[in-house]
Design a protein around this ligand. Structure first.
Ligand code: NAD
Length: 327
């Protein structure tokens, strides 16, 4: 039995990782701004910000391993200070305290936005792709990676960096209220998102196809190319994180972690419309759009990672969750 610190323990990924580790008989410390609602005798929770040194010191106590999975995700200019405080300063403080506690393993949740995926030099994007983030969020993750490698060099804690694919619970995919899937797939949430970003041309184009009723939207770029990206089920991400934690070969390595095949929106959206009975609109958005494929070959070859949840499987579960919400 080991004691494992899971940061972001109230989040999508962290909460599942924490539960799975508890089920496997480990002691878990959760560290998050929010309570995670985990009730288990082997679970201890520290509430606070990652940049709060006293909270970080308390969280790392007795940790044999640290899974730093928590972060602030926002692409809004107004959130920039909070983003760097949580993801960069918070990671620095947490890792300084971690070094004193001398854990045996460290795993860090980075992101494909470090490449970044939306304007890759080549595809499929592998781990050797140049790191040239374009978003402050992607930059905060790249700086986090540097802090992790610095900690590894100076304290001797072997670390694994996982560059996460976009990740969703299956139940989120057909939920217009979902933070990611709402604006990605539903017309009105997408209008609100683009208003928040101040993208006037996108808002105007989207409003032109909005008749006021709920609708799905197939996003394409300005040349009419449908979006394509990886969307990975949280359960597969958890499996990859636990491999990185337990397999000695992961020490010192960096891996892309995500689904094997990207989701082609031209195929996915009609499937979603059929399952929900919602009308499907098509929008050509200004700019190059989203169109990437990321290789997970390294983690599959080296650690035997094998994702189980194809988008088709996820969407079946999403439809059930939507029906349950409606009843
Ligand atoms: P999530 O938003 O569901 O969970 C993140 C958790 O971190 C939240 O519970 C939040 O309260 C906590 N948190 C945020 N700022 C904090 C701070 N300053 N101090 C303490 N706790 C704080 O995110 P997730 O989907 O579970 O993502 C897990 C990790 O994967 C994150 O590091 C994220 O950046 C990364 N990631 C996620 C995706 C995705 O699509 N979900 C894609 C790439 C990378």
């Amino acid at each position: 039995m080991k004691t494992i610190l899971v940061t972001g323990s109230a989040g999508r990924v962290g909460s599942r990782v924490a539960r799975q580790l508890l089920d496997a008989g480990h002691r878990v410390t959760g560290f998050d701004l929010r309570a995670g609602g985990i009730d288990h005798p082997a679970y201890r929770e520290v509430l606070g910000g990652f940049d709060d040194r006293a909270a970080a010191r308390e969280a790392v106590q007795r940790a044999d391993a640290i899974l730093h999975l928590g972060a602030f995700m926002s692409w809004l200019p107004a959130d920039r200070d909070r983003l760097f405080t949580a993801n960069v300063e918070g990671t620095r403080v947490l890792l300084e305290e971690a070094a004193a506690a001398q854990p045996k393993r460290l795993v860090f949740a980075s992101s494909g936005e470090v490449y970044p995926e939306n304007v890759p030099d080549y595809q499929p994007i592998d781990e050797d792709h140049p790191l040239k983030p374009r978003s402050p969020y992607g930059l905060s993750k790249l700086l986090g990676e540097e802090l992790v490698r610095f900690c590894e060099r100076t304290s001797g804690t072997p670390a694994t960096i996982l560059r996460f694919s976009h990740t969703q619970d299956a139940s989120e995919l057909l939920d217009p209220g979902s933070f990611f899937s709402g604006p990605r797939f539903f017309l009105q949430p997408k209008i609100r998102q683009q208003e928040g970003f101040g993208n006037a041309a996108a808002v105007a184009a989207l409003r032109a196809i909005d008749d006021g009723s709920e609708a799905l939207v197939l996003s394409r770029n300005q040349a009419g190319r449908p979006f394509r990206m990886h969307i990975t089920d949280t359960r597969d991400m958890v499996a990859g994180i636990l491999l990185a934690l337990t397999d000695e070969r992961a020490a010192g390595r960096t891996y892309n972690l995500g689904a094997t095949e990207p989701v082609d929106f031209a195929a996915a959206l009609p499937m979603m419309a059929e399952l929900t009975g919602l009308p499907l609109k098509t929008i050509d958005l200004p700019g190059a759009g989203v169109f990437y494929e990321t290789s997970n070959a390294r983690i599959r070859t080296e650690l035997g990672f094998e994702p189980q949840w194809t988008f088709e499987r996820m969407i079946g579960e999403a439809a059930q969750a939507r029906a349950k919400r409606a009843s």
